[in-house]
Write a protein that binds this ligand. Sequence first.
Ligand SMILES: [Zn+2]
Length: 297
Amino acid sequence: MPYREGSRLPGERASRLGHLEVLKSDLVRQLCERFEDNTVDEPTTIPVWEPLPLGGSPLPIVFGVDGSLQVVTSEAPPHMALAFVKTALLAVDQYALSRLDKDAPHPFALRDILSKSAQFHATVFPLRHVSVPGMRNYDAVRQIVFESLKDPTLEGEPFETLKWLIYEKWSERGRNLAPFQCPHCEQEVATLPYDADEGICPNPACRGKLFVTDFLGFHQEMAPDSAPESIATSYMMVHETLLLFTAVRYFWQQQRQVCKRRRVASLHDWSGKNGSFCRSPAIDRAACAFRVDLHPG
Ligand SMILES: [Zn+2]
């Protein structure tokens, strides 16, 4: 406990890490010192500014997606934990926004624009020590993913988008589902007929029930009765990606040629620098296949 400031001497500053026994390493000592050092580092690299390209025309259709995740843990043992996931898709209504007062937009006018152009989705995952009677959390999470993507408030559109991507329904020929790891027998033999929502593992020794959402591989991250927080994070990123592609699918189906030429021109920008859309390799592969069709060669 540090002594307090007196009339003649300043107060003592207690080190927050000084009492900890840590590895006697110069590197660890430097890390602890840096943690307690309040000075802010000067930027070591000079930012490289790029000129804003002029010309061209504004994108006529702009969508934004985002998600949030909150883990709630009960205070009493056994510390049950649930993860709440929320995602939203917002279409930027440029005509409606142009009619707003740019300096002091009326909050009710903003609310009206949002209510017409935003779609929301929310779901919950059991992480630890909380379960549905008679059901393993492993299977509960698989079923929650399946039912959440079919969310009736979004009229099941993200689920249809998942099938549109993984069965390659955007191409005329379509594609059967590539074999994936069965959540029951763990063999890489699980598959479903074209466009199916559910099915049965073809392994005669297994015959376990499959959801098309098992293709996303969430079960590969789980233990029988607990799920890591990364399940909720992965779901949030998958759902954000599916919301975005739901908008793409809508325009693709309505105005395919226009979509090919102009309206999905920013598709490359949506992906990360490594070309990854989200944390699901299955969605990444499906989205990249769509991208190759959009920009062949
Ligand atoms: Zn199986």
